[in-house]
Ligand binder design. Structure first.
Ligand code: GDP
Length: 504
């Protein structure tokens, strides 16, 4: 694969000026710089999208991935590394001026602090360019010096991806769907204040004020639903929860209206205003995101906190399933005429990764994968039939626990040991951020369908999936010695699938 980096055209050091014909022989230096520029032009760029709902683990994944590539040494299943062909990895200036840079240094600083802490989570789109130097297998490539790859990592909230579904909906259809979700038993109390307001909002004389107040209450309900214990859901519009740079914009000033409750003829000014804003949101927010960012990706990893959903119970799992179906519809050209008209050759590999696998013991990792596979099966089938290659994996980008064995009588119990963050409660004990806890996380069932039918049962009584463990120490004690690569589970396999073939 080789998509030439348009950004790199003309970059590099001093291209030989072509304005005036010259008959002098080019100097050795000018030949070398011209060669450098040519090499830049031929340096391929792979654009890797990293997404997932909030707190799925995007920031940690990217930080750990970059750190491991830069330091090297702990990626045995990343083929180029295993073959000893990786030479160097450097950060390059961010290529897209309109997109904020992924703040790798700050995230790493949090992890490298004493005591280590987790970085701040993703709230908007950001991007980072890595440049990997490698030794090509192929002699011709080696001779031509085609030995670099740019990797543009694009981090964006999965909430924005779910918005794709809005493109297929009218305001009336979206309103119906949003009201159905707001009335669901586990959300009814959270949405009560907004629903009470919305019921009488059509009577408010100033439509703009009603829109502002209604949008505020609707947003508060969405945020509460998200924060609640069931909150993995598929709640739209995505920007109401992850506004990026749009906070306070009229584009976010609308809410669903119960049109069935309005009299037949009641095309009220509020109704017209909300419908117009909904259409503007689709046109000005959703479409540009897909056109300018999503459709330019070559590879995509979707991170999913499956363990979190399983341990929270059935509503959470069905919310997750619904969210996944929405996310997956983005990879399914044909169903949506607008999208299919734009769909081209891009994203050819998608990885669905269940994150935080260090919260369960090794014996359960394959089972976690099987559960994610079952969850995404229908949708994965669609993506595969569309020509893309899809894989499912369980991983921990940054392993915060280790395996431990505890004996209960004669029976050995596979446990995990880690330091819970300050204030975390395990079996009634409050932890101080220094002491280690050994926890039996429970076994995931061998039958994934059983796990989905009765989520929480196998993990219930286990605090492991809820506990936030302290991240591992990245710098050696007292600051002596080489910085250690970050421990992980299967991050190297994920990397191999996502970009291994770009390093031939
Ligand atoms: P984002 O919202 O998708 O960017 O999520 P983050 O990357 O900020 O992760 C959210 C939280 O999940 C972190 O603060 C950690 O507590 C936890 N987390 C993420 N990845 C891992 C992991 O690999 N292992 C463990 N134990 N916890 C993780």
């Amino acid at each position: 694969p080789c998509s030439r980096s348009a950004e790199s055209l003309g970059r590099g050091t001093g291209v030989v000026p072509l304005s005036r014909p010259t008959f002098e022989l080019p100097s050795r230096t000018s030949l070398r710089t011209a060669g450098q520029s040519l090499k830049e032009v031929f340096t391929p760029t792979v654009r890797l999208g990293v997404t997932g709902l909030s707190r799925a683990g995007k920031t940690v994944f990217i930080t750990a991935l970059v750190r491991n590539l830069m330091i090297g040494g702990r990626l045995p299943f990343f083929t180029p590394e295993a073959e000893g062909r990786l030479r160097d990895c450097i950060l390059e200036p961010q290529p897209d001026d309109a997109v904020p840079r992924f703040d790798y240094e700050s995230h790493l600083a949090r992890l490298a602090a004493d005591p280590p802490d987790w970085p701040e989570s993703t709230r908007r789109i950001s991007e980072l360019r890595l440049s990997l130097g490698f030794r090509p297998r192929d002699v011709i490539r080696r001779t031509l010096g085609l030995d670099r790859l740019h990797i543009d990592i694009v981090d964006y909230p999965g909430e924005w991806l779910i918005d794709l579904g809005l493109l297929e909906q009218t305001f009336a259809e979206w309103s119906r769907d949003a009201l159905r979700k707001a009335n669901a038993p586990h959300r009814a109390a959270l949405s009560a204040e907004w629903r009470a307001f919305a019921e009488q909002a059509s009577g408010v004389p100033d439509a703009e004020q009603a829109a502002i107040e209604g949008a505020r209450k609707f947003t508060a309900y969405l945020a509460a639903a998200k924060a609640s214990e069931h909150g993995v859901g598929c709640l739209t519009p995505g920007r109401f929860l992850m506004s990026g740079d749009l906070a306070g914009s009229p584009l976010l000033t609308f809410f669903p209206l119960d049109l069935a409750a309005l009299p037949e003829t009641a095309a009220t000014s509020l109704h017209r205003l909300l419908e117009k804003r909904f259409d503007s949101y689709k046109r000005e927010v959703v479409k540009p995101f897909f056109r300018n960012h999503f459709l330019k990706l070559d590879r995509q990893v979707v991170l999913i906190d499956v363990l979190g959903a399983l341990s929270r119970g059935p509503e959470s799992v069905s919310d997750l399933e619904e969210a996944l179906t929405s996310v997956l519809s983005a990879f399914r050209p044909g169903a949506n005429s607008w999208l299919s008209s734009l769909y081209g050759r891009r994203i050819d590999r998608v990885l669905f990764a269940a994150t935080k696998a260090d919260h369960i013991s090794r014996a359960s990792h394959d089972r976690l994968e099987a559960i994610l596979m079952a969850l995404t099966q229908r949708a994965v089938g669609r993506v595969t039939s569309a020509g893309g290659d899809v894989r499912v994996m369980a991983l921990a980008a940054l392993r915060a626990t280790r395996e431990a064995e505890v004996r209960r009588g004669a029976e050995p119990l596979p446990c995990i040991a880690g330091i819970p963050m300050p204030g975390e409660v395990v079996a009634g004990q409050v932890f101080d951020g220094k002491r280690e806890a050994v926890i039996f996380p429970g076994d995931l069932p061998s039958d994934p369908l059983a796990a989905l039918a009765h989520p929480g049962r196998e993990l219930s009584g286990s605090a492991a999936t809820f506990v936030r463990f302290r991240p591992p120490r990245l710098v050696p004690a007292l600051g002596f010695g080489e910085p250690a690569p970050t421990p992980h589970i299967r991050l190297d396999r994920a990397l191999d699938y996502l970009i291994g073939d770009w390093l031939p």
